[in-house]
Design a protein around this ligand. Structure first.
Ligand code: CA
Ligand code: CA
Length: 339
């Protein structure tokens, strides 16, 4: 991919916010590989002063997801970033074509050194310590942990129950899930984030008390696919390259993959302008197997979605930006002796 010089300049000159946005990233980090690019992009945005990354939560039951996350965090110079494990009894285990490979190939100490803590408890501890309406949550996996958070009871961290704690401390929740305006697949497939744990999905969508932005997948995210350039990086140096190569190698999907999770990160940190079209009238309805439909009535003021570009011709530009972010070296430097 060739980037025009002016475009590169615009990317790198992106205005840095005065105060980094405090972000908690909630990911399945198992079946699909776009979670890896999304986490890499958050780290790069943290290096640039746009984001303060507070924690990463794991929403699935694959035992390699957390060690893989720790390996990526370590690569970006944040080896002790807290990682929360799946909360409660719900949720599923999905296979991963990359999580174990990354966890075993790169330095990480998740099982040896990290606190083994459920996400709902970690959310409570982190939210209780932050200012009012300050934290941004981005979920790019199952909604299991967020349902457990809403259901949580007062504890040593906060006298509030989960719903009240979220209402007090969360400014904005950006949720990558499903397709818009509706997902109508009649099958029972466990895909798209809403179908993996539909009970939790319904609970979170019905009860979330602060601004909730949904971002779509499907053709929208396919139009901004990345991975071809990432996979050219040395997989012995770059976890993101090993992840994409492992994913492409075994799944035979091809040399690019959609950016559903990256789009959610971009919207959460940099907002909708200039690319993303917003629909704010209406509300999201989830059926018993986790299919969704956006309805104009009732209009729920704190729900909105984006699943379309203002100008579809910008898809290549957005993809180039996302791929470049995922390929930006850590501020802490590449591992010693490697380029
Ligand atoms: Ca670690
Ligand atoms: Ca995901």
């Amino acid at each position: 991919m060739k980037y025009p010089v002016l475009f590169l300049f615009c990317l790198l000159a992106w205005r840095t916010a005065a105060v980094p946005l405090p972000v908690i990233f909630d990911t399945d980090m198992d079946s699909d590989v776009d979670d890896v690019a999304a986490l890499a992009q958050l780290h790069v945005m943290a290096d640039r002063g746009e984001v303060e990354l507070l924690a990463v939560m794991v929403s699935g039951r694959n035992e390699w997801s957390a060690p893989c996350i720790d390996a990526i965090n370590t690569f970006y110079g944040r080896p002790d970033l807290p990682i929360g494990l799946i909360s409660g009894d719900r949720g599923i285990r999905q296979h991963s074509n990359y999580a174990r490979q990354v966890a075993e190939a790169f330095p990480q100490d998740f099982r040896a050194k990290h606190e083994q803590i459920e996400s709902a408890v970690l959310y409570r501890r982190l939210l209780a310590a932050r200012p009012e309406r300050s934290v941004v949550i981005v979920s790019v996996g199952d909604m299991t942990n967020l349902a457990a958070l809403l259901d949580s009871k007062p504890d040593a961290h906060s006298p509030f129950d989960g719903g009240a704690l979220v209402a007090a401390k969360v400014a904005h929740y950006v949720c990558m899930g499903s397709r818009y305006p509706a997902e109508t697949d009649p099958g029972n497939g466990k895909w798209g984030n809403f179908r993996t744990d539909p009970v939790s999905t319904r609970e979170v969508v019905e009860r979330w008390p602060t601004m909730l932005t949904f971002t779509g997948g499907g053709a929208f995210a396919d139009s901004m696919a990345i991975g071809r350039e990432i996979a050219k990086l040395d997989p012995k140096v770059w976890p993101v390259s090993l992840a994409y190569r492992s994913y492409f190698g075994e799944s035979k999907v091809g040399s690019v993959r959609h950016t559903a999770d990256s789009i959610a990160v971009l919207v959460a940190v940099r907002g909708f302008a200039p690319w993303f079209k917003v629909v704010d009238r209406g509300s999201n309805h989830i059926d018993e197997i986790g299919r969704n439909a956006w309805r104009e009535e009732p209009d729920v003021p704190n729900q909105r979605y984006t699943s379309e570009l203002n100008n579809p011709g910008d898809a290549r530009k957005v993809a180039a930006l996302l791929e470049l972010l995922a390929m930006t070296p850590p501020k802490s430097g590449l591992p010693a002796g490697q380029k």
